[in-house]
Ligand binder design. Sequence first.
Ligand code: FES
Length: 177
Amino acid sequence: MKPAGDAQLEVRPETRKLTEILRAFPRERGYLIPILQEIQEQHGYLSKESIMATAEHLDLPSSKIFGVATFYNQFKLVPPGRYRVQICRGTACHVRGSFNLLESLETELGIKAGETARDGVFSLETVACMGACSIAPVVAVNGEFFGRLDRKKLLKIIAEYRAREEETKAPEEEAHA
Ligand code: FES
């Protein structure tokens, strides 16, 4: 027989993963940045819950962790979009017009670099050289690379992801109708 209140003891998958991540690191303050990097790598961002858990693990005030997370712009405090758009700002991409592409993306998606759209569909990031300079300028969407881009090609790619999103939404809406 299950003990009373057993449901409360159940650990949600994300929490379990977080616990596993933390368990892999010694409880030493010098591990703060590697821990945050690992959580972000696994979860895509630093949730409030993960910051509180890290604070407890390292016996540090959560305000200190928030301070570090906001100081380094590698850390994100909001979840990435379902389509994570990354534009390379490395030298090769820069000289081939990545700045103009970034402006086009910001206009098209209605968000600035580092933000996630309110509907959670797209997020936009600038990243350092993605190691694909020969096909600069490069944009990646959920890890899929697109190279030798100009504005027209880029907007077509975004339109395709939008259409994909609409397709996945349509059956869900029918199911709820
Ligand atoms: S500079 Fe953009 S891929 Fe290398």
